[in-house]
Design a protein around this ligand. Structure first.
Ligand code: AMP
Ligand code: MG
Length: 511
């Protein structure tokens, strides 16, 4: 047998790795190996996701799994590399960020013929590590696993977790020595706005074009070879981000660190650091300890997505002019890019209204829909009502609309703007005229009963890190994988926290 013609075996399964990023984007990465770890243990493996990749889940989760997904032994066909990128972090530009604790292993074509990246997070220092140790602590790794899978179950585009391995090593953080871990992440790609910023600032004028054409081939193939493709790329990214942030808003998700290096070109949610789900509705909600000015507050997320899009536009601008010195060309390109950035709020608003119509059970489109949605949110804000449960309870009242007691069935106080809103909603849904037996089911299919409640997440991560007990994590994950099902035995996971429990709740980056 020729060595170039390996037979798939349990020892060396054929994973079908391709490495287009390594082949085509020289100048945008450093080839690099994962660090050795002392005693890897495979804590969690995502069999369903492995199946989706066409990978042999049982082999990968078998005895060699800990070595493969801890980085001790290279997965067959992987060509690990650290990606270069720059980025605006909280508004300030860092010319050199890059994968300081991550490595791209390669790409695989999944069962739907989609190219997916497989990458490590927490696999040791790289040339981009700056002062960092290149490691990840177990808590943040499990947090990313849990919340990413919850987002996926909610139907929101996201990177996903394939495996979590405890390394047997401790990592030093502000909180002291913590158990270390490596996450294996699957993504449509890891191209970020920051990747374009890095290429745009590089001394190699060809690099930006190679990156943009690579990105187009991967995410917007219909633009390939088109004359206006770089403007088209900007527009496509803007539309994906508008749709994504609208989906976040619909489940009360706060990303927490929407820096340009954490904004994907693919339109997937990436980097679950200090993110959290809002309990009581308040657009000013911020959880991240480092977001002191509320730059990435819940209600600010659409504005920040647009701000990030403007940074992508700046990075792409050199590709939109033929002759860099021709001032008229530069001005024309700026005007075109500006028009895309200015179109963002309209895309977002349309996407958001679509989300709200679905959540309120409004069929078709009527002129008063936006006001109906805004007035509902104003009611929730006024009463500090729980975001998730208030929407979910609309399904309960749709089953049996009780005209007088509806407010309390929704967990709201009557009075004020309530009666007017309720009458409008009853009219708009048709419930005022006749019962609509199917409406409740429709509402339950879009308004989750379960989101990752902060205290539940903390409880699960604490048990795992402090006593190695993964049972609460597994239980919570199982509940979050079916967010729209009633799951009567999991009622406690749907409960909002008592206000006192949440006072001063903060999330941390864990870096
Ligand atoms: P993040 O906030 O996790 O998106 O990371 C921002 C930047 O910091 C990226 O360039 C990361 O690679 C880098 N970084 C985060 N944590 C570490 C770490 N422990 N060691 C080295 N680099 C890190
Ligand atoms: Mg990041």
């Amino acid at each position: 047998m020729k060595p170039t013609d390996p037979t798939p075996s349990a020892a060396e399964p054929a994973l079908g790795f391709d490495n287009t990023y390594a082949r085509e984007l020289g100048g945008l990465y450093a080839a690099w190996q994962p660090a050795q770890v002392p005693a890897p243990v495979l804590l969690r493996f995502n069999h369903a996701l492995a199946d989706e990749l066409g990978w042999p889940a049982d082999v990968l989760a078998g005895p060699a799994g800990a070595d493969w997904f801890g980085g001790k032994r290279l997965l067959p066909g992987a060509e690990p590399l650290a990606q270069a990128y720059a980025g605006h972090q909280f508004g300030g530009y860092s010319p050199q960020l890059g994968d300081g604790r991550a490595l791209l292993l390669g790409e695989v074509m999944d069962r739907h013929d989609q190219r997916r990246d497989v990458a490590f997070k927490g696999s040791g220092r790289t040339p981009f590590s700056r002062g960092g140790d290149g490691k990840a602590a177990l808590g943040p790794v499990l947090r990313e696993y849990l919340i990413g899978e919850a987002m996926h179950a909610l139907g929101i585009p996201t990177t996903r977790a394939l495996a979590a391995v405890a390394t047997g090593e401790s990592v030093r953080r502000e909180a002291g020595a913590l158990p270390g871990a490596v996450l294996t992440r699957v993504a449509a790609s890891h191209l970020r706005v920051g990747t374009f910023q890095w290429a745009s600032a590089s001394a190699d004028p060809d690099l930006l074009r190679r990156l943009a054409d690579y990105s187009i081939a991967r995410h917007d193939p219909e633009l390939s070879g088109q004359p206006g493709r770089y403007l088209g790329l900007l527009e496509a990214v803007g539309k994906r981000q508008a749709a994504l942030v609208a989906r976040w808003m619909g489940v009360g998700f706060i990303h927490g660190v929407m820096n340009t290096d954490n904004m994907t070109i693919s339109g997937e949610t990436i980097d679950y650091g200090p993110c959290a789900f809002m309990d009581a509705y308040d657009p000013a909600t911020v959880f991240s300890s480092i977001d002191r000015n509320g730059r990435y507050a819940y209600g600010n997320q659409p504005h920040m997505a647009r701000w990030n899009l403007a940074r992508l536009a700046e990075a792409l601008l050199p590709l939109m002019v033929q002759t860099p010195d021709a001032e008229d060309q530069v001005q024309a390109a700026i005007a075109e890019a500006t028009a895309v950035i200015d179109a963002f709020p309209g895309w977002y608003q349309a996407a958001w209204l679509g989300v709200m119509r679905a959540k309120l059970g409004l069929e078709g489109e009527e002129a008063g829909d936006e006001a109906l949605a805004q007035d509902w949110l104003a009611l929730l804000a006024e009463q500090s009502a729980d975001f998730t449960l208030s929407f979910r309870r609309l399904a309960d009242v749709a089953d049996h609309p009780p005209p007088q007691e509806a407010a309390s069935a929704l967990g709201l106080a009557p009075g004020g703007a309530w009666a007017d809103w309720w009458a409008r909603w009853m009219r708009r849904t048709g419930l005022a005229d006749a019962p609509r037996p199917a409406l409740a089911a429709t509402l339950r299919a879009v308004n989750p009963r379960f989101v990752p409640r902060n205290l539940r997440v903390e409880e699960a991560l604490d048990a795992a890190t402090e006593s190695g007990d993964l049972a609460p994590f597994e239980r919570l994950l199982a509940v979050l994988q079916r967010p729209f099902d009633e799951q009567p035995d999991a009622a406690a996971y749907a409960e909002p926290p008592a206000p006192a429990q949440m006072a001063g709740y903060r999330t941390f980056c864990g870096t």
